[in-house]
Design a protein around this ligand. Structure first.
Ligand SMILES: Cc1ncc(COP(=O)(O)O)c(C=O)c1O
Length: 404
């Protein structure tokens, strides 16, 4: 029987292959250090959990909630944007709460895409950026992920040679998986380009608060005029270590926010009210928890870069996000990222995410997530040192058949 139209457009999850190996290694008793998924391991701050517990005792909160988000939550998100970015938002018309930023992004794609619409999407990138549009009948044209001097000229070529003209441009800085960050000047150029070419900007700012070295990432909405063409997505998942709570936001252009709200009003009744109330309290808090989370990832980053470096694997320090984007060591590069990742599970008891899972231009790298403690990261480095010391060419570590 032929596979369904939509399912044919969703290739099997590459990460599944590493996950399967990981599961069978664990079943054999191996102690796998899992730096694969970007699934925060830190507990949600106690005050947020306590708030949820208080509110859930009130039966009035057990009814269907509000699909766009309760007013207090939308006000709290608008206040966060005002405080953090100096961006003024109308909580009634320019803010919608989403069931995690991933849901918001995917339903925005659904709301605005007609079959065959072209969308400019970085490669490599977090998979929903492309597949949200592919599931909605759109067509992806890959653009470079790096926000360097080539970005705008490349964008110009993409627009010139796309038929039909692209509908939207996806930005994600700080980026998953590459940890690239953007400056406000970069955003100014992109907004000017988007306005001139009638492009919608969808900016994924999930890592707005996970930055190091005192360099907070800007919002594209800080650029005057960006509001005319932009929606930006943020997430409670990383900022407040709340990944399982499923709480995020879309903010920005009223027409786009209205389109997303309309789609959502047909699909969901919003997150459970106690979650929305607890999320409002988190956003309205003094930010001390955010500082702590940032400091933990910062220390883990430094330990990772230093210990992997001593093990013989040079990993550039990411300026933001909870990921290091590590070039595959030279001796193993020909393998490609999937085979190399499998090898790390089998020979070093370390799981990472193969770069190919984020797009074809990610295949020379693997993504290492900072989701284990410092001690475990050091242990991973020791395992990797042993693995790298085993001569790759002579002891058949690289199966010949697996070479690209
Ligand atoms: C760039 C990026 N956007 C969105 C998400 C999803 O976040 P949420 O939990 O808010 O859906 C992630 C999660 O890893 C991410 O890395």
């Amino acid at each position: 029987m032929e596979e369904f139209h939509k399912i044919r457009r969703l290739p099997p999850y590459v990460f599944e292959q590493v996950n399967r190996l990981k599961a069978s290694a664990r079943a054999r008793g191996a102690d796998i250090i899992d730096l694969g998924m970007g699934n925060p391991d830190l507990p949600t701050p106690q005050a947020i959990v306590d708030k949820l517990c208080d509110v859930v005792r009130d039966p009035r909160t057990h009814r269907y909630s509000s699909s766009r988000g309760i007013p207090g939550l939308r006000r709290a998100q608008a206040a966060y944007y005002a405080r953090r970015f100096g961006v003024k938002l109308n909580p009634e018309t320019q803010v919608v709460a989403t069931l995690g930023s991933k849901e918001g992004f995917a339903n925005m794609a659904q709301a605005i895409t007609a079959p065959g619409d072209v969308v400019l999407c970085p490669n490599p990138t977090y998979p929903i950026h492309a597949f949200g549009f592919i599931m909605s009948g759109g067509v992806i044209r890959a653009i470079q992920a790096e926000p360097d001097n080539n970005f705008i000229p490349a964008l110009e070529r993409s627009v010139r040679y796309s038929t039909p003209k692209p509908l939207a441009l996806i930005l994600n800085y700080p980026a998953n998986p590459t940890a690239f960050t953007a400056t406000l000047d970069f955003y100014k150029d992109v907004v000017a380009f988007a306005r001139k070419n009638d492009l919608i900007i969808l900016s994924d700012l999930a890592y707005s608060e996970i930055y190091f070295d005192g360099n907070p990432p800007p919002s594209v909405l800080e650029v005057p005029g960006a509001m005319d063409v932009t929606v930006e997505f943020t997430s409670m998942s990383k900022t407040f270590s709340m990944p399982g709570w499923r709480m995020g936001f879309a903010v920005g252009n009223e027409r786009l926010i209205a389109a997303l709200s309309r789609v959502k009003s047909y699909l969901d009744y919003g997150a459970f009210t106690p979650i929305q109330v607890a999320a409002s309290a988190a956003l309205n808090s003094d930010g001390a928890e955010i500082e702590e989370v940032r400091a933990i990832y910062h220390r883990r980053r430094d330990v990772l870069v230093e210990s992997f470096g001593r093990a013989g694997w040079h990993v550039p320090p990411p300026p933001a996000t909870m990921f290091a984007w590590a070039p595959i060591p030279e001796a193993y590069r020909a393998l490609g990222s999937l085979e190399f990742s499998k090898l790390l599970v089998e020979k070093a008891d370390v799981a990472v995410a193969p770069g190919i899972g984020f797009g074809e231009f990610g295949d020379d790298h693997v993504r290492i997530a900072l989701v284990e403690n410092e001690h475990r990261i050091r242990q991973a480095a020791r395992n990797i040192k042993r693995f790298l010391a085993s001569a790759p060419e002579t002891d058949n570590v690289i199966p010949l058949g697996a070479r690209r």
